[in-house]
Design a binder for this molecule. Structure first.
Ligand SMILES: Cc1cc2nc3c(=O)[nH]c(=O)nc-3n(C[C@H](O)[C@H](O)[C@H](O)COP(=O)(O)OP(=O)(O)OC[C@H]3O[C@@H](n4cnc5c(N)ncnc54)[C@H](O)[C@@H]3O)c2cc1C
Length: 364
């Protein structure tokens, strides 16, 4: 999902934007976990022409079931119909490598030049362009550089060296990929237990599990112990989630990650360099919206650039359109984590979740 360097044609009103991508990973990989895609994320992917591929290669649904720790369904999400349009399912799941393949194939098909194993070494601002030095010794002059290089963004470090680094939020996220039971036809979220967890179908054959553990001291979780450590967290859960406990071995592609957040104050640009996605705003997964925000950022940035306004105005307007929505996701996600850690009543958590999702259903 990265694209640190873009080259605009001098005529910004042209239908396409010529771009070079510099990606640090020489194999352009992504790790093997599942990812939840909300209705608004599916809407953004539809605007890229990628909804059909995601629906075919992932697993979409319209209802999310809320279960108690024993696995009894206590509530189904109260979304009626398809508020985002008849084509747009209310949610879905997909494996990250599958989503990455869909996005990277579309990127290459657009004619974008993709350079792998390369990063940005230096950025020098000039009046009419920006000079980028790359880590392989090459260099180039660009009309605009887009830092889309994730939560630990190097472009952010070059642009805003004094910016606060990502902050640990007190929770860690476990994920695992497992065979999908036929009965799992939509996301099931388990609330009211010692921790929040859920299972989401990601294809006809597979599902992924997520579990948010409270880890106040951010302890190290040695990788060889992951199956046992995750199994211990599943103690006390019943239903389809509890049944997973015995099946956690190396084939389950277990992944653990401490959660961090970051919200860069505006502006998100300096001269001809702008930040998007996690580089500007990284959220915890409580609203399953970080990747969706990154896709929306790219859409809104492209619209702003093609508006015909001067570049500085276009970049100002881009951040003005994006800031409040991204701030809401970061702040409400962190708050949901705090409510979980404090074992706040399920109703209070559900209300904040619902209000946030309703806000996200608004236009971007
Ligand atoms: C545990 C967890 C669960 C999550 N679950 C969900 C979910 O269910 N749904 C959801 O929508 N979001 C989820 N997210 C958030 C989501 O993963 C991110 O918001 C999203 O990946 C951000 O996309 P991005 O393109 O900005 O950054 P990234 O996906 O991090 O991509 C950055 C890219 O830049 C490359 N790169 C990095 N550094 C450099 C460099 N110096 N030079 C060149 N290239 C570089 C990387 O290799 C990578 O390809 C979750 C996050 C976490 C931590």
């Amino acid at each position: 999902m990265a694209s640190p360097a873009w080259r605009l044609p001098s005529n910004c009103g042209a239908p396409g934007i010529a771009a070079d991508i510099a990606e640090i990973d020489k194999d352009w990989r992504v790790y093997g976990a599942g990812i939840t895609i909300t209705g608004p994320t599916l809407r953004a992917l539809d605007r890229l022409g990628l909804l059909d591929a995601v629906m075919t290669q992932g697993f979409c649904y319209d209802v999310t079931r809320i279960c108690d720790a024993a696995g009894h369904v206590v509530m189904a999400s109260r979304v009626s119909g398809r508020p985002l349009g008849p084509r747009i399912p209310n949610g879905g799941g997909i494996l990250r490598p599958v989503l990455h393949r869909i996005l990277s194939e579309a990127t290459r098909a657009s004619g974008t030049a993709v350079r792998l194993g390369v990063s940005v070494a230096s950025i020098q601002h000039a009046a009419d362009d920006v000079a980028v030095g790359f880590t392989d010794g090459s260099s180039g002059a660009y009309d605009l550089v887009v830092g889309a290089d994730g939560i630990h963004s190097r472009v952010r470090g070059l642009l805003f060296p004094g910016a606060s680094p990502p902050a640990f939020t007190g929770q860690g996220c476990w994920r695992a990929v497992l065979p999908r039971p036929a009965a799992l036809d939509c996301a099931h979220v388990y609330v009211g237990g010692p921790v929040k967890a859920g299972i989401v179908p990601v294809s006809r054959d597979e599902m992924y599990l997520f579990l948010l553990q409270n880890v106040p001291g951010n302890p190290r979780m040695p990788e060889q112990d992951w199956p046992e450590l995750l199994a211990a967290q599943l103690d006390g859960f019943g239903g389809m989630l509890g049944a997973i406990r015995g099946g956690l071995d190396a084939s389950a592609r277990i992944n653990y990650r401490p959660l961090e957040k970051l919200l860069l104050p505006r502006p998100w640009h300096q001269g001809r360099v702008v930040l998007i996605g996690d580089a500007a705003h990284a959220t915890t997964p409580h609203l399953a919206s970080g990747a969706g925000l990154a896709v929306e950022d790219a859409l809104v940035l492209a619209e702003s650039l093609l508006s015909g306004d001067a570049l500085a105005d276009a970049l100002q307007r881009f951040a003005a359109r994006r800031y409040e929505r991204c701030r809401m996701v970061v702040d409400n996600s962190v708050r949901l984590g705090e409510l979980e850690m404090g074992r706040a009543p399920a109703q209070e958590q559900a209300e904040l979740q619902r209000a946030s999702m309703m806000a996200l259903a608004g236009p971007i």
